[in-house]
Ligand binder design. Sequence first.
Ligand code: ADP
Ligand code: MG
Length: 355
Amino acid sequence: MAELILDSVSQSYGTRQIIADLSFTLPEGAIGCLLGPSGCGKTTALRCISGFEAIQSGEIRIGGDVASRPGWMLPAEKRRIGMVFQDYALFPHLTVADNVGFGLRGETHAARQARIAEMLELVGLGGHAGQFPHQLSGGQQQRVALARALAPRPRLILMDEPFSNLDVELRERLSLEVRDILKREATTALIVTHDQHEAFSLADWVGVMHRGRIQQWDTPYRLYHEPANRFVADFVGQGALVTGEVINDHQVEIELGVLNGHVPVECDASGCDECMRNCQVDVLLRPDDIIHDDDSLMLAEIENKAFRGAEFLYTLRLPSGQRALSLVPSHHNHAIGEKIGIRLAVDHVVAFRRE
Ligand code: ADP
Ligand code: MG
């Protein structure tokens, strides 16, 4: 297994730039994810890393060795990369065992059989060796595809939307299983998906992509709690922006009260002297930042509600008319139009300077 480094990689089709200045480091044994809306360049990034697409600037390194630079690329088959695709791409006429053994042709019969058995055990399909792909469920087929990719001991695993063909419930379970399998093999893996739940349950590091650029490369926790810009704040998790005013370098006032934490650098004394006080910002409030409290004197009107089983997601109308979301245990079943008590529980202030 090996470290993967992308250093300022750009790629274009003709004159159209698809990937711009893409940089990140995925440490050996880590699971990374590129997360972004359809068309933002995720598959193109994987094709550059796997050696199917040339790059026009920057460098890709796998395990310290240059794999791509402008005008030169290591052939795909020499990169020792295992691939897993959305549609599994299993060989329909081969048994599960022969699918898993496909990349092991250079090895002795005994070594091959041992590795196949080991991989099938790893993905929990020990009893299915003689079956054909069509006899398995979608989730099982994807585990066969993963076993096949891992069998030749690649330096890196790449997965393109691996769970998109599966139903939501299975997706979350399988992504946790796949994480467990990759960790047991100490695999370096890069997954691309448009589904943040998948990204968050699988990856150690997530890069949020928009129009070919990484907006933020960070842990899931920090992406959610400390988004670097409005795109990340909006794309990751739910929330609402409310207006606020900077009081000093660690306090922002919104209509619900004063929040403590970091104010945007550009509103900080060092960035912008004259607007240090009363700099106008938009403050991100997550649904878990607003707590329903029957004893609170601060009231908000329920404008909408969505039942989530354990919780309701209430859309609240604040006194000024601004909207905010609140996640409330579902035994607090209030009607639309009702006014409920709320209080703030904001750990980190996330504010963007109003343009
Ligand atoms: P994603 O996987 O994030 O949905 P892609 O990497 O598939 O995005 O595509 C990014 C952009 O590149 C899209 O606008 C797509 O139309 C364009 N694109 C993809 N492949 C080609 C190609 N072979 N030739 C020209 N444009 C392409
Ligand atoms: Mg794609």
